[in-house]
Design a protein around this ligand. Structure first.
Ligand code: 4NP
Length: 158
């Protein structure tokens, strides 16, 4: 069976999308289906390329048992829209940027916003925690944990 290939995208690929990657990997591991997934993350900008996840984000994730191991890289439209089945942005600007990068309708149809999987929660975006305090990083993880459960249900429904 083909793997389900997921790419999570935020602005810098050092806070939200590496966390989404780790939360989703932990979830499919817990469900016993990790081998059916390829999960990666990338940033709209390449400014942090080669860097590990933000130390504050790593610390908050660690408290919940997530190890952020991914290294920042920018989205590569020419390959990523081919190599992934679903491309998930964290906020409305990420979605606008991804739509702009997408080469055609097939690519555009792969783009989703993370909070569209957050059920009937009040969240409409995963807010950028970079310039805020501890609460912002905790909120990111709260939203990602709920959204990853929803995403899992969406992907495994048939
Ligand atoms: P992320 O957070 O998009 O969740 O990785 C940010 C990281 C870096 C910057 C902004 C947001 N920055 O402006 O460098």
């Amino acid at each position: 069976m083909d793997k389900i290939r997921i790419l999570f995208v935020c602005l810098g690929n050092i806070c939200r999308s590496p966390s989404a990657e780790a939360v989703m990997k932990a979830l499919v591991e817990k469900k016993g289906v990790a081998s059916r997934f390829d999960i990666d993350s990338a940033g709209v900008i390449g400014y942090h390329e080669g860097n590990p996840a933000d130390a504050r984000m790593q610390r908050h994730a660690k408290k919940r048992g997530y190890n952020l191991t991914s290294i920042s890289r920018p989205v590569k439209p020419a390959v990523d829209f081919n190599n992934f089945d679903i491309i998930i942005g964290m906020d409305d600007q990420n979605i606008r940027d991804l739509l702009y990068m997408a080469p055609d309708d097939d690519a555009r149809n792969k783009i989703y916003k993370m909070t569209s999987f957050a059920g009937d929660s009040q969240w409409s975006e995963v807010p950028d925690p970079y310039y805020g305090g501890d609460a912002g990083f905790e909120l990111v993880l709260d939203i990602l944990e709920v959204s990853c459960e929803g995403l899992y249900g969406f992907l495994m429904k048939d």
